[in-house]
Design a protein around this ligand. Structure first.
Ligand code: FE2
Length: 363
């Protein structure tokens, strides 16, 4: 079958932050990313500074504006530190851009060529929800460290990481009533399909609810769940995000690992804070999810959740928000066949976030 919209994978996620130097230190110290490339004053860029952080196949770019006039400065002022760009690796950025524009997407960066001694990088970008851009990057003819004007970082660093391998999925929150519009956008412009959906009956507590639809591309490599708040007695945690992020945006990023017990132990030792799971979650766990390879005692100690679907099981855990606003957080996931999103865990996750939301006085 011909893939009409080939995507090679996530190329990178670019974070717009208030202080990229300190953010780079946070991701290096807590999540054990390696800083591989840099641009800023010393590479001749007088407008922004960026740090490329890598682990496994995951690439983050942390960018800060060097003056208040730069548009990134006002976006950070509004949203706090946030994901500004979801970059997808494609075989042909020009063709991809023309394809999505012809199908109704709004252009943000027209097809652009960046060139240096290491080759040619092609890219273009479109607007998605809120201020988020979706960028298409073709680096097949580029052999440099990341992109022209970036220089490699050669300082002594611990490059072992904690076993984070790839981006499993990137979840976004949009306003009440906007989810279906964005689901349609990904279907129309990029041929994404609905993998699974969760309604407000599936994901609710006594007080609040959310709805979620998971869109994925034809190869299944790119999974983009989209949440919207649902009406409840009190404020949905998605609404809390929208209030503090001041609009739609990326809510969480899931990293895959093949040894979640070791990964999470090392992250905890480094100081990463995870959501608390009530001990009752682990009572009768095996009766709920069947036989698993891991020790339930160890999972309980680390607060790792388990879920099963027809194809297998999965293990997952969620961090606390990584900034003062209750916005962006991370997930670590280990899949044993299961391709789903832990529907059985949605409620425990939802309740765990709601307890934190209540502590913040926002429920
Ligand atoms: Fe997730």
């Amino acid at each position: 079958m011909i893939d009409f919209f080939p995507i090679l994978g996530f190329d990178h996620l670019e974070f717009y932050v208030g202080n990229a130097k300190q953010s780079a230190s946070f991701y290096a110290t807590l999540f054990k990313f390696t800083n591989t490339a840099y641009r800023g004053f010393i590479t001749g860029n007088r407008k922004v500074s960026s740090y490329v952080m890598e682990q496994g196949d995951i690439r983050f770019v942390l960018t800060t504006a060097l003056s208040s006039e730069h548009p990134i400065a006002s976006q950070v002022f509004k949203h706090g530190d946030h994901v500004g760009v979801i970059a997808l690796a494609v075989p042909d950025a020009v063709h991809t851009y023309q394809h999505v524009i012809a199908r109704g997407a709004t252009g943000a960066i027209p097809p652009t060529i960046a060139e240096d001694d290491y080759g040619v990088l092609h890219y273009a970008a479109i607007h998605a929800f809120g201020d988020v851009l979706i960028k298409f990057v073709d680096r097949q003819n580029y052999r440099g460290i990341f992109a022209p004007e970036f220089q490699p970082q050669t300082g002594v660093q611990d490059k072992r990481g904690v076993g984070l391998q790839a981006i499993d999925h990137v979840v976004s929150n949009v306003e009440l009533g906007a989810m279906d519009r964005w689901v349609q956008f990904f279907a129309d412009t990029m041929g994404f399909q609905l993998l699974v959906q969760f309604d407000d009956q599936a994901i609710s507590t006594e007080y609040s609810a959310l709805m979620s639809k998971v869109m994925q591309n034809s190869s299944g490599q790119i999974k983009l769940p989209i949440n919207e708040p649902a009406i409840g007695k009190r404020k949905s945690q998605i609404q809390e995000y929208l209030d503090y992020h001041q609009g739609p945006g990326v809510q969480h990023i899931a990293f895959s690992t093949d040894d979640i017990v070791t990964t999470v132990s090392q992250l905890r030792d480094a100081g990463v804070e995870f959501l608390q799971v009530p001990p009752t979650y682990y009572e009768n766990l095996e009766a709920r999810v069947g036989k698993i390879d891991e020790s339930i005692h160890q999972l309980a100690e680390l607060g790792i959740l388990v879920d099963r679907d027809q194809e297998g099981y999965l293990l997952q855990i969620f961090t606390q928000p990584v900034e003062d606003r209750p916005t962006l957080f991370f997930e670590v996931i280990e899949r044993h066949g299961a391709q789903s999103f832990g529907e059985g865990n949605f409620k425990s996750l939802f309740e765990a976030i709601e307890r934190e939301q209540a502590l913040r006085g926002n429920l």
